[in-house]
Design a binder for this molecule. Structure first.
Ligand code: ASP
Length: 307
């Protein structure tokens, strides 16, 4: 097996109106580029893919451009509830949190769940109690809610009241973040974090923290981080479908991605996408939505980013 590293990140499948505005498009591309270079540093120094994926997602959570951590969308109560998960392809260990409020970096909390090894998924109040036990502080609501997300929520709520308006939760909201990595030792990891769908029901957990739906990693096949309409992704287990295509059909990342995206489209008319790094370090991205900002470093090469 060759000793090279690969890394991919995404910023959510969706419409991304910002792509038509050169100034705002540049902000997305710069952010993805910066995060990939930060992840590269970890991998170049021999760091673990799990640490690189976690770090990249934490940086994206800190960037209010994205719907994760600070900048998460608001649910029907006008509150933030976030989901995040990560998986280690070497051991198949996984950690995830669902519907957590007031945590600046849910992916770091998910990592603590993985390291503790007791549970794979913690939700709601129990997840907050676990955070306190780990010394992860709760932050104020206003540290996470941005002006733009508050405005978006008000707009969506207003439209929802209109009798003939389409259900806005079906068309808005992208900006989930994710990362997949292969390190110099050939270890794979995946991480995904999101605020979910705008105006979602309180207590709703999407695909992002669900192993096999929003993420999957196995050194024997590939690492996948998925994004899109969670209820559709869950039904086809998008991340596991792509990973199984590598494992059992002997496909590489690009072919497995095509297979997974086809299943998403054909079986549930699903709106979403994913990124994937396979055990050989091949990178692939695919989506059924108009956009999915993403970037990659394939086998130690240059950074590439696309909206
Ligand atoms: N998959 C996320 C969810 O349904 C949202 C997204 O990726 O845009 O919670």
């Amino acid at each position: 097996m060759d000793a090279s590293y690969s890394l991919m990140v995404h910023g959510g499948a969706g419409v991304l109106a910002a792509a038509d505005d050169p100034e705002r498009a540049r902000r997305y591309l710069d952010s993805l580029h910066r995060v990939l270079e930060a992840g590269r540093l970890i991998l170049l120094q021999g760091g673990a893919s799990l640490d690189a994926a976690e770090h990249c997602v934490a940086l994206l959570e800190d960037d209010p451009l994205f719907n994760a951590g600070r900048g998460s969308v608001l649910n029907e109560d006008g509150e933030i509830e976030m989901d995040a998960g990560l998986m280690d392809g070497r051991t198949l260990a996984a950690g995830a949190v669902g519907a957590v409020p007031r945590i600046a970096n849910p992916i770091r909390l998910a990592r603590r769940v993985l390291d503790a090894g007791d549970a794979v998924l913690l939700v709601g109040p129990g997840a907050l109690r676990f955070a306190a036990e780990c010394g992860i502080p709760e932050v104020a609501r206003d540290d996470l809610v941005t002006f733009e997300r508050q405005q978006e929520w008000t707009r969506v709520r207003g439209r929802k009241a209109g009798p003939s308006s389409p259900d806005p939760s079906r068309i808005e909201s992208s900006g989930t973040v994710g990362a997949v990595a292969r390190d110099l030792q050939g270890r794979l990891a995946a991480a995904t974090s999101t605020g979910g769908r705008v105006n979602k029901p309180a207590g709703r957990v999407g695909d992002s923290p669900l192993i096999g739906a929003g993420l999957y990693a196995d050194d024997a096949s590939c690492a996948v981080s998925a994004t899109g309409h969670g209820e559709e992704l869950m039904r086809v287990l998008l991340a596991a479908t792509i990973a199984n295509a590598v494992a059992y059909r002997d496909l590489d990342a690009p072919a497995a991605m095509d297979f997974g995206v086809q299943i998403l489209r054909n079986r549930v008319s699903g709106r979403g996408g994913a990124i994937c790094v396979d055990r050989q370090g091949r990178c692939a991205a695919g989506h059924t939505t108009p956009r999915m900002p993403h970037g990659w470093i394939e086998r130690g090469g240059e950074v590439h980013c696309r909206l």
